[in-house]
Write a protein that binds this ligand. Structure first.
Ligand SMILES: NC(=O)c1ccc[n+]([C@@H]2O[C@H](COP(=O)([O-])OP(=O)(O)OC[C@H]3O[C@@H](n4cnc5c(N)ncnc54)[C@H](OP(=O)(O)O)[C@@H]3O)[C@@H](O)[C@H]2O)c1
Length: 291
């Protein structure tokens, strides 16, 4: 199999899990393959002759996507189209990752795969165009939409909040955006389960449950044992003056995933605890020793 964006949060977990399963993996970081370059993509795929390509490459900076539009289009729209056409030409299945940010957030209940997308950011728009081009490339495809990812090896919402909390700095977090935090490791395992189930088309996956970003931050601080030491102030999105708008509500309905695999995504709080134990082992070592 080929993994693009292999050094991203999800890419690295897919590569690790594939190696654990003794699968032959060609792991391509951005430096090794820019998916925005069609010639490089077709050369890489033609030489690897994979039966499976997992496209984890994407331009994921939501705010920078508003101003660095060429980069966003390259990583999220044109790149996936190049990977999908190379996959179709070689008969490989492409697994492509997409996002809850294809929705406008006006719903008050979880978005199913059939819900009408209506992105409110340039990132969301390019991701929607990318998933449509992947599906139009006429090859075997699985598009996995997911949300609020955190994983190892890169700064993310969890490490940002945790670092501030551990430095006893007060935290200000928006309380008017709700979603489902999802551990990249759980997502990678879900992708392998979907592959085993022969899933095709669009499938949603996220850890179970939902929260606002403020509730998410409170849980990070609580699990790290800093509750009471660090203030976590709820604020409005409006006050952050971010370049991109975010959906107010972007929980994904994962019923199709459960039906296809027979598996229940675990609660986001339990996945978050596992992640924190790995990222901040010193915070948990004393408690473990006392048990
Ligand atoms: N992160 C989230 O909260 C989130 C939520 C929902 C869906 N998703 C989707 O899930 C997927 C994986 O996200 P992630 O969190 O693992 O993202 P990530 O950590 O940002 O990883 C993406 C990787 O793609 C690389 N990349 C960017 N442009 C590229 C290009 N033109 N060619 C090749 N590689 C390129 C990046 O390299 P550089 O680091 O050098 O830029 C990075 O290594 C993406 O499709 C994303 O849209 C993410």
């Amino acid at each position: 199999m080929v993994v693009t964006g292999a050094e991203g949060q999800v890419g690295r977990e897919i590569v690790l899990m594939a190696r654990e399963r003794k699968l032959a993996v060609v792991a391509l970081s951005r430096a090794q393959l820019d998916i925005g370059n069609p010639e490089s993509v077709s050369t890489a795929i033609a030489s690897a002759t994979p039966d499976l390509i997992v496209n984890c490459a994407a331009f994921t900076d939501v705010d920078r996507s508003e101003t660095e539009r060429v980069q966003a289009e390259r990583g999220n729209r044109d790149g996936p189209a190049h990977v999908a056409s190379a996959a179709a030409a070689s008969g490989a299945l492409i697994v492509h990752l997409s996002t809850d940010f294809v929705f406008d957030g006006k719903s008050s209940h979880p978005y199913s795969e059939e819900a009408e997308p209506n992105p409110i950011s340039y990132y969301g728009r390019t991701k929607l165009e990318g998933e449509r081009l992947v599906m139009a490339a006429a090859g075997k495809h699985l598009v996995v939409r997911t949300s609020w990812i955190y994983g190892h090896g890169r700064r993310n919402f969890v490490t940002a909040i945790a670092t501030q909390a551990l430095e006893h700095k007060p935290v200000r977090v928006v309380s008017d955006q709700a979603g489902s935090p999802t551990y990249a490791r759980d997502l990678a395992a879900a992708i392998f389960s979907l592959l085993e189930a022969g899933a095709r088309g669009i499938v949603n996956f996220g850890n179970a449950g939902e929260c606002t970003r403020h509730e998410y931050a409170l849980e990070i601080v609580r699990l790290l044992g800093c509750a009471g030491e660090v203030g976590v102030e709820p604020i409005a999105s409006e006050s952050l003056k971010q370049a991109a708008k975010r959906p107010a509500y972007s929980v994904l309905d994962c019923a199709r995933y459960r039906r296809l695999t027979g598996l229940e995504p675990r609660p986001w709080q339990s996945a978050l605890l596992d992640y924190l134990i790995q990222e901040f082992p010193e915070r948990f070592a004393a408690a473990a020793a006392a048990r």
